[in-house]
Design a protein. Structure first.
Lengths: 181, 181
DNA sequence: AGCCAGAATGTTAGTAACTAACATCCCAGC
DNA sequence: GCTGGGATGTTAGTTACTAACATTCTGGCT
C-alpha cells in the first residue's frame, strides 16, 4: 500500500499551492492533476469534488463525546456549545496555521459560499446523534446541530479573514452567542 | 414593460413543472428553457443559476423589524427566535402549499444540500443588521443570524419531508430550540 | 524468477451548467 | 416612419464531473 495515500497527498498539496497562487476559481482541476503528475480522472477518484480538495469533513469524535457528558438538564444549544469547547483545546499551532490558510481561500471564493457547512455533514450527524442519546428529539437535535455548525463556520470564516487573533477566543465567543448568552 | 416579467414567470413555472416530473437533477436547463419557449441563454439572464429557479431568497422585512422590537436585554439568539415568530403568522395556505412543493424537491436532490441557506444570504444580512442595531457586536450578530437561518432551514426541510403537519408548529418548535429552551 | 489477481491509473468521449461576444429583434417615444 | 435601447437569439466556448473500457503496476504465491 502507500501509493494510494501518496497520490492523494500529492493532489492535495498541488491543489493548495495552486489555490494560493491563482485563487480557487482560477485553478482548474486539470491543472491540479497535471501538477500532481496524474490524470484528471484520478483526481476525481480520490476526491469527490474540487471543493473537497480544500475542505475535508473536520469531524472530531471528541466533540460528540464531550456533548454526551454535559449535565442532563441543559438545553440542547447550550449542551452543544459547552461540549464543543473541549475539542478546541487540543489544536497545535501548525494545525491552526493550515486551517487559516484553507479558510482564507474559502472565504475569497464566492462559489464556495456555504462550502464549510456542506463539508461538515458527518460532524452534524455525529452531534445530532449525541443529542438524541441525551434524550433530545430527533427533530430538535438536527436543528440544533445544524445551527451550531453554521454559527461556528461563520465564526471561523470571520476569524480567518480578520486580524491574527487567537482562534480559541473566536470560537469561544461564538459558542457564547450560540449557547444563548 | 411586462415582457421581462412574463418570461421570468414562464421560466419559473416551466422549471417547477419539470422538477416535479423528472426531479431536479433529471431536469436540464436546456429543457426548461425550451418549455418556456425561450433560449437557454435567456434563462441565465433571468436567473443566476439553476438553483435560483427553485429557491429565491425569501427575505422578509417583517422578520428584521420584529427582531428590532424585542426587549433590549434579550440575548441575540433569543431575540432572533422570538422576533422571527411574528413573520410566520401571515402565511396563507396557498403560499404554504407552494413552499412545501419547492422544499420537497430541494430535499430530494442531493446536489442541493445547503441550497436553502445559500439562497438566504439577504435574509441573513438583514437579520445581522437588525442585531447590530440592537447593540450586538457585528461578529456575534453574523454568527447568530447564520445559526438561526441554518436551524430554521433544517426545520423546514424536515417539515416538508414529513407528514402534513402544521408549518407553524414546526417553525415554533425550531425557534424554541434555537432560542435556548 | 516468474506468474497471477486485484487495485490503481490512464484514455476517450461525453454531459451539463454556465459565460462571452456579437447579431437581431421589437417596442416606446419622437 | 424612424430610431435607440432593452430583451432575445446564436454560436462557440470553458469547466466540473461521469461512464466505459483498456492498461499498468504491485504484492503475494509457487
Amino acid at each position: 500500500m502507500g501509493r494510494r495515500f501518496e497520490t492523494r497527498a500529492a493532489l492535495q498539496d498541488a491543489a493548495l499551492e495552486l489555490f494560493a497562487d491563482l485563487g480557487y476559481e482560477g485553478t482548474t482541476t486539470a491543472r491540479i492533476a497535471r501538477r500532481a503528475g496524474v490524470s484528471e480522472m484520478t483526481l476525481f477518484r480520490h476526491f469527490a469534488s474540487k471543493e473537497s480538495l480544500l475542505l475535508d469533513d473536520p469531524f472530531d469524535p471528541v466533540m460528540a463525546d464531550a456533548v454526551l457528558s454535559r449535565p442532563a438538564d441543559e438545553p440542547p444549544m447550550r449542551a452543544l456549545a459547552e461540549g464543543i469547547r473541549a475539542a478546541w483545546l487540543g489544536l497545535d499551532t501548525e494545525q491552526v496555521a493550515e486551517l487559516r490558510v484553507r479558510l482564507r481561500i474559502a472565504a475569497g471564493a464566492t462559489t464556495l459560499s456555504g462550502a464549510l457547512e456542506r463539508n461538515s455533514v458527518e460532524t452534524v450527524t455525529a452531534l445530532t446523534a449525541a443529542l438524541v442519546a441525551r434524550g433530545v428529539s430527533a427533530e430538535g437535535s438536527g436543528i440544533a446541530a445544524s445551527a451550531v455548525i453554521a454559527g461556528l463556520s461563520r465564526a471561523l470564516m470571520d476569524w480567518a479573514q480578520g486580524e491574527e487573533g487567537g482562534i480559541q477566543d473566536a470560537v469561544y465567543r461564538a459558542l457564547d452567542v450560540l449557547g444563548g448568552r
